[in-house]
Design a protein around this ligand. Structure first.
Ligand SMILES: Nc1ncnc2c1ncn2[C@@H]1O[C@H](COP(=O)(O)OP(=O)(O)OP(=O)(O)O)[C@@H](O)[C@H]1O
Length: 348
């Protein structure tokens, strides 16, 4: 049973068409990223899943239940971080967590949850009117964790979080997924999404224009892989000629001391072998895959101009999702150049 199933979901608000027949399946156990430019319809979709908004047409199922008919039963098994969540100024963080526990008939441990989201004991016991934006976001995330939900729906969970908070959010997503929860989240922070998601959907103008793994999106677009090869300076032209003779090579150019080859991802070794077969010793090489940011640009209108440039992974920004890069599974790791392609901003 899929965790989320949308079938032909459309939504009109007066003269604005927010969704135009969205079909989308999120499998049980997935970490699923929901992407799209501003105004694409992400929040409207999430609001339909939560029965905050009723679709004009189509059907939405959550955990095998109808989003409209069974919203209460669904709510008990969901953890939600909605976009404009409400906190009550005069209640403490602890009260908020207990309040969600009562609503879900769960018995949460506020201290343990606060620790997981990085709020200390003092924060937990003061009223939220004094919370910073990031602290409020951490509390809202903690509230979503109450009751070990089967499905977490998080709308922009990194919003307002500093790089440490964003890293912590990723860790929580992984931990929840390992516990068995499906995680569905929208985000504009594509390095985050790339680091944790099994699959992503890209929504544009109320339509799903792509659903795949990041690797699948790479293969489906013409973004290629950049292979940067170091050889002795005297050999570089011979290496370039050898690379150009390989069918899968789009381009081989000498850039400074390096040979930069744009090639289908699965033909990297063929290129290296061809260079060595031409009698040139390869001193070193690294590959740069297209980042999710490049792919997003290639898919969406805003990136139409940028699409041809989406041949590589946004350069050498080592771990540009704003953290200290200790994530074992961040991007490609190792010699596969880290191509988050982010500018390190943690804003939306
Ligand atoms: N209550 C509403 N009344 C009228 N129009 C609405 C309403 N809610 C959303 N819309 C419109 O529906 C479209 C989709 O909005 P939505 O908030 O779902 O986009 P989004 O992808 O979440 O955007 P963002 O990334 O900016 O949060 C927009 O054109 C928006 O103006």
């Amino acid at each position: 049973m899929p965790a989320i199933e949308l079938d032909g979901v459309a939504k009109r608000f007066d003269d604005v068409t927010a969704l135009r027949g969205v079909d989308m399946t999120v499998e049980d156990g997935d970490v699923f990223g929901f992407l799209g430019p501003n105004g694409a319809g992400k929040t409207t979709t999430i609001d339909i899943l939560l029965d905050f908004v009723r679709p004009t047409a189509g059907s939405a199922e959550v955990l095998g239940m109808d989003a409209r008919e069974d919203s209460e039963a669904i709510r008990e098994r969901l953890g939600v971080l909605p976009e404009g969540y409400d906190l009550y100024d005069r209640l403490t963080g602890r009260h908020h967590i207990e309040f969600v526990g009562e609503a879900k008939r769960a018995d949460p441990d506020p201290e343990a949850i606060a620790e997981r989201v990085g709020l200390d004991r003092e924060d937990l016991d003061r009223t939220v009117e004094g919370y910073s934006r990031g602290m409020a976001q951490r509390l809202a995330l903690g509230m979503a964790l109450v009751g070990e939900p089967d499905l977490l729906i998080l709308d922009e969970p990194s919003s307002g979080l500093d790089p440490n908070g964003a890293r912590l959010m990723r860790r929580i997503v992984r931990e929840e997924n390992e516990r068995g929860a499906t995680v569905f989240f929208s985000s504009h922070i594509l390095g985050q999404v790339e680091a944790v998601c099994d699959r992503v959907a890209i929504l544009q103008d109320g339509e799903v224009i792509a659903v795949d793994t990041v690797e699948g999106l790479r293969e489906a677009t013409d973004t290629g892989t950049r292979l940067v090869v170091s050889v002795a300076p005297d050999d570089i032209e011979a290496a370039a000629d050898a690379a150009r003779d390989v069918d899968a090579v789009e381009d081989a150019a000498v850039e400074g001391d390096d040979l930069v080859v744009t090639v289908d991802s699965d033909a990297k070794m063929t290129v290296l072998t061809a260079i060595e077969d031409a009698g040139v010793a390869v001193d070193d090489f690294e590959t740069e895959e297209a980042s999710l940011e490049d792919l997003f640009a290639a898919y969406t209108d805003a990136g139409a101009d940028a699409a041809p440039a989406a041949t590589a992974g946004g350069g050498s920004d080592a771990d540009a999702d704003g953290d200290d890069g200790d994530d074992a599974d961040d991007a490609d790791g190792g010699a596969e150049g880290e191509a988050d392609g982010e500018d390190g901003g943690e804003d939306r």
